[in-house]
Ligand binder design. Structure first.
Ligand code: SF4
Ligand code: SF4
Length: 176
């Protein structure tokens, strides 16, 4: 049930109508924050984003930056079928297929780029993938970069996108 909050629309008194006291109150708030920030750094509520980021709450339930998953033999699970790129409403996935010559799997992504500056984090690419090859579970929120190219995820970045996962270390190098 929606709680309705009643607002007291009383007429302004003289002090409020001339605004001087209200402006002074605003200055007091600014000054309070200034001196708290200056002398009590532990109480600063703003953080130096993007150099510092807050830990993500309920990270496992959120869609975060993409990664490409690997098979046990170190090759990407992606078979370059283009379904994710087709499903993407922002047209920010670019794939070029390469062919395995000695494998039961026909294709692999020779190029797999995701332009995060256009991505709307909708998760349609993950939903569309028939191979469960792409995931959005790195617990990294994209954004706040200093260079435009940092918003561009190449295949190798996507394959090495899970810090601390030893199974994918050097995985990009195992591709043709
Ligand atoms: S999350 Fe959505 S917008 Fe981003 S790459 Fe996937 S399908 Fe495209
Ligand atoms: S990530 Fe999945 S949907 Fe996209 S090209 Fe690879 S296998 Fe196909």
């Amino acid at each position: 049930m929606i709680e309705i909050k009643k607002v007291n629309n009383r007429p302004l008194n003289l002090l409020e109508r001339i605004y001087v006291w209200e402006i002074f109150k605003g200055f007091l708030v600014t000054a309070r924050h200034f001196f708290v920030n200056l002398f009590c750094p532990g109480k600063i509520i703003t953080i130096q984003y993007p150099e510092i980021t807050r830990p993500l709450e309920h990270a496992a339930k959120r869609r975060t930056r993409h990664r490409l998953k690997m098979r046990a033999n170190g090759t990407p699970k992606c078979v370059a079928c283009f379904l994710c790129a087709t499903a993407c409403p922002a047209f920010c996935i670019h794939i070029e297929a390469g062919e395995f010559t000695s494998s039961q799997v026909e294709k692999y992504p020779a190029v797999f780029d995701v332009d995060l500056s256009r991505c709307v984090m909708c998760g349609m690419c993950v939903e569309a993938c028939p191979e469960d090859a792409i995931a959005m579970d790195t617990e990294v929120i994209p954004g706040g970069v200093l260079k435009r190219e940092d918003m561009y995820l190449t295949r190798n970045k996507l394959l090495q996108n899970m810090p601390g996962d030893p199974s994918i270390k050097g995985a990009a190098n195992r591709l043709a």
